[in-house]
Write a protein that binds this ligand. Structure first.
Ligand code: ADP
Length: 635
């Protein structure tokens, strides 16, 4: 080796920080370093096989594709060797010397929250290799690229401040060898039984042979190609954990073998826990696509629509060409057919769970419902999609109880033609919405939508069977009034006399005058039972939630304020009192204040009051006046 080729590099600050933690403070789950190194070897072998299938001219073509693990308990040394694609000097610097900043930052953040989680999370951040420093005092990598005429290179580091790269003069074949010089307290990893145990536990499903000192250790081949009847639940679970690094068993396992018209095997899983948690890493989803047991693409994102992206697993087909390029996959008609078929399989499976085991379906919905709802654009599976949707409704006992559209339709009143829904921030908020009062008294069920995406769902799908979705603030009251009351109202203690009725009419004109252009009209209400006033949308205008969304996405741009219609409940005590004040003095300031307050309270309730200052000041003023009266009455 000549000195001129030797170059020293310093680790980047964030890498140092990461290494420091790996080296000094992680003592549990240290065995996973081997899983990470084997997984890197397996990736390198997959990439080589891919190149070879493409017909690329490859160095040392005759080498078998395999991983060999050796150990020396005298030297406290473990070596992992693969015959994969290897690395050139430049690739070495790019791949091993630096880590994506975001990767290490996120990793450290997650780790700060839970040190035990290292096992599950380390592989997700593109920093798997560094886990070797949990057990190593020095690591040497020797590698030679599959590209012809490239020098073999060596990388050396003790995992503290820097690393060194030099050209190798000794002859090596294509692939990578990693020499791990173990720390004194990690000697156990230079023992056969320990290594064997770790490989079987974490790397049993690697699709290349793993030899431990010439003895093949991994035994399980492509489990997805085996007949269902021959596989035990434990094997499925083990494979799932291998695939996802999840500690828990999957919620659902869907194994299908299809022979005609297109042959493929698919082994899919639905995790118990949502990976939303990992969603900062937006790319961490997709199915592994194999052609005749050869991995063509890790985490393919087109096999399933995005709304089913919580599904993990593998798909393997005999019918796709081995040399298919990732870019043209989507245009391949066989690929499209497979994709349609597995999408439909997943939906059918969910439908079956929903029917046979509603509790398990509720668990599924709680974790994955948020993503699933995004399927409102999947027109080809609309019927299944709709039957799988769940909502909360006025019929639910609590926030947890879910209602399907089928449940709703089964409870509809005779002649009811629409499915009513109300939007709001929470179940409690919707429950207090004045618009719901008439629905309650008529016993009409209302879907409670409090996930922002829910409104997109109902406005996009528009109909369930023959029933249109209708927001409670846009419902046609004439039809609803005709229905019989199921909850009898208490007769109001005091009612307006005929003469007062006329004054009430004039009061409403006055209120319109006070509110000016902010409302289209002030009307007597038919829907209110317990509230004095509410705002409704003139026909066919946007719902208030939709306006809010537009407003948010339009930040900075002025949105013309939507004019609303104000409805007044003349049986309400406040309004009865107001009529009497009005009869004495039509220009009493109290009428102005109360009208403004009713208007702003209604805006506040639906969440569209922009500035609360005026409302609070006015309220304080009115409370002061009320307290004066109260004090006087009690003196
Ligand atoms: P990740 O594997 O998640 O990308 P790692 O830190 O484990 O992150 O590895 C970084 C990169 O180093 C890999 O993406 C790969 O390009 C390269 N690499 C690691 N091990 C090998 C190997 N045995 N053969 C070829 N390249 C490797």
């Amino acid at each position: 080796m000549t000195e001129t080729t030797k170059t020293k590099f310093e680790f980047k600050a964030e890498t140092k920080k990461l290494l420091d933690i790996l080296v000094h403070s992680l003592y549990t789950s240290r065995e996973i370093f081997l899983r990470e190194l084997i997984s890197n070897s397996s990736d390198a072998l997959d990439k080589l096989r891919f190149e070879s299938n493409k017909g690329t001219d490859i160095a040392d073509k005759e080498l078998p594709l395999e991983i060999r693990i050796d150990f020396d308990d005298k030297k406290n040394l473990v070596t992992i060797t693969d015959t994969g694609i290897g690395m050139t000097r430049d690739e070495m610097i790019a791949n091993i010397g630096t880590i994506a900043k975001s990767g290490s930052e996120e990793f450290l953040k997650q780790l700060a929250e839970n040190k035990e989680a290292v096992n599950n999370i380390i592989g997700r951040f593109g920093i798997g290799f560094y886990s070797v420093f949990m057990v190593a005092k020095e690591v040497v990598i020797k590698t030679k690229s599959f590209k012809k005429d490239q020098n073999a290179v060596e990388w050396k580091s003790d995992g503290t401040g820097d690393y060194e790269i030099s050209d190798l003069t000794e002859e090596i074949k294509r692939g990578t060898t990693i020499e791990v010089y173990l720390k004194d307290d990690a000697k156990e990893f230079a023992e056969k039984y320990r290594l064997e145990g770790v490989i079987k536990k974490h790397s049993n499903f690697i699709s290349f042979p793993i030899y431990l000192k010439d003895e093949k250790v991994n035994t399980i081949a492509a489990i997805w190609r085996e007949p269902k009847s021959s596989i035990k639940k434990e094997q499925y679970d083990e494979f799932y954990k291998f695939l996802t690094y999840d500690n828990e068993e999957p919620l659902e396992t869907i194994h299908s073998s299809v022979d005609a018209p297109i042959q493929f095997n698919a082994l899919l899983f639905i995790p118990k826990k949502s990976y939303e948690f990992w969603r900062f890493n937006r790319d961490d989803y997709g199915l592994d696509l194999y052609v005749r047991r050869v991995l063509i693409q890790h985490q393919n994102k087109e096999l399933l629509p995005e709304y089913l992206s919580f599904v993990k697993g593998v798909v393997d087909s005999e019918d796709l060409p081995l040399n298919i390029s990732r870019e043209t996959l989507q245009e391949n008609i066989i690929f499209t057919k497979i994709s349609q078929s597995i999408t439909s399989n997943v939906l059918s499976h969910l439908t079956k769970v929903a029917k046979d085991n509603p509790e398990r379906y509720a668990d599924f919905w709680k974790e994955h419902g948020k993503i699933f709802k995004l399927g409102y654009m999947d027109f080809s599976n609309m019927e299944k999609y709709q039957s799988l949707l769940r909502f909360n409704s006025s019929e639910s006992k609590d926030e947890k109880e879910l209602v399907s559209l089928e449940d709703y339709a089964g409870r509809m009143k005779k002649d009811q033609k629409e499915i009513f829904y109300a939007l709001g921030a929470s179940r409690e908020a919707i429950d207090m919405n004045p618009h719901l009062e008439i629905f309650k008294s008529k016993g009409l069920e209302v879907l409670y939508l409090y996930d922002p995406v829910d409104e997109f769902v109902v406005t996009s799908i528009r109909k369930y069977k023959d029933f249109d979705f209708k927001s409670v603030d846009a419902a046609n009251l004439k039809d609803i009034e005709k229905l019989e009351d199921v909850v009898k109202d208490e007769e109001p203690k005091e009612k307006l006399s005929k003469e007062d009725d006329k004054a009430f009419g004039r009061l409403m004109l006055k209120m319109k005058e006070i509110l000016g252009d902010r409302v289209t009209e002030v009307h007597e209400s038919k829907r209110l039972k317990g509230s004095p006033a509410t705002l409704i949308n003139p026909d066919d205008s946007m719902s208030s939630t939709m306006q809010k969304i537009l407003k948010m996405s339009n930040q900075g741009l002025a949105m013309p304020a939507q004019k609303r219609l104000m409805e007044i409940n003349k049986d309400h005590k406040l309004i009865i009192n107001l009529v009497s004040v009005f009869k004495k003095n039509e220009n009493d300031q109290f009428i102005v204040d109360t009208t403004e307050q009713l208007y702003e309270s209604a805006l506040l309730l639906e969440g569209s009051l922009d500035d609360p200052h005026k409302l609070v000041n006015r309220l304080n003023k009115m409370l002061t006046e009320a307290s004066d009266l109260y004090r006087k009455n009690n003196e």
